[in-house]
Design a protein around this ligand. Structure first.
Ligand SMILES: [Zn+2]
Length: 164
């Protein structure tokens, strides 16, 4: 398997789910998991994100969020449903969280803590990290490109019917 991600496709639904979840709190971080599947198109690794599953936070601040253990159950159940009804190839394709920054920064970067999550936990080459800023609406997606964690420039939103 290719170790660099080339392109990321988001269902419109997953983007709406992420944006609505992070917009619920414009001061504290929110996070969740991404269910999707992986494609190799002309030898290039591509990830499709079908759905975003919000995590329930136990504590949250502007600088971080700690989630309930039960939150993992939510994405596991959603994934099981996708595997049963659509394809065995669905997987945990990444995670998202908000950076509720204001002012001069658009907030779209990975902090040291975010980077260590990408390095140690959700570290498969097809897994992506999405950052959204509920104050201003900027967003970015990060993943592994040639052994480094970088912003993925080729990211698209698909209309729902296309893959479903
Ligand atoms: Zn962060």
């Amino acid at each position: 398997m290719n170790d660099s991600i080339s392109e990321v496709f988001f269902s419109k639904k997953s983007v709406t789910q992420m944006e609505e979840h992070v917009a619920e709190d414009k001061e504290n971080e929110r996070c969740g998991f991404l269910i999707g599947r992986v494609y190799e198109i002309s030898g290039e690794l591509c990830t499709y994100i079908a759905e975003a599953i919000p995590a329930k936070e136990t504590s949250s601040s502007m600088a971080g969020v700690v989630i309930e253990g039960a939150s993992h159950l939510a994405w596991l159940l959603a994934l099981e449903e996708y595997r049963k009804t659509k394809s065995e190839n669905y997987t945990l394709a990444g995670w998202y969280h908000s950076h509720p920054f204001g002012g001069f920064s658009d907030g779209i970067f990975l902090s040291g803590r975010d980077t260590s999550i990408v390095e140690c936990q959700l570290n498969q080459p097809y897994q992506v990290a999405v950052v959204l800023n509920p104050n201003g609406g900027s967003r970015g997606v990060f993943g592994w490109i040639e052994g480094k964690i970088k912003k993925i420039e080729k990211a698209y939103i698909l209309s729902e019917e296309f893959f479903e």
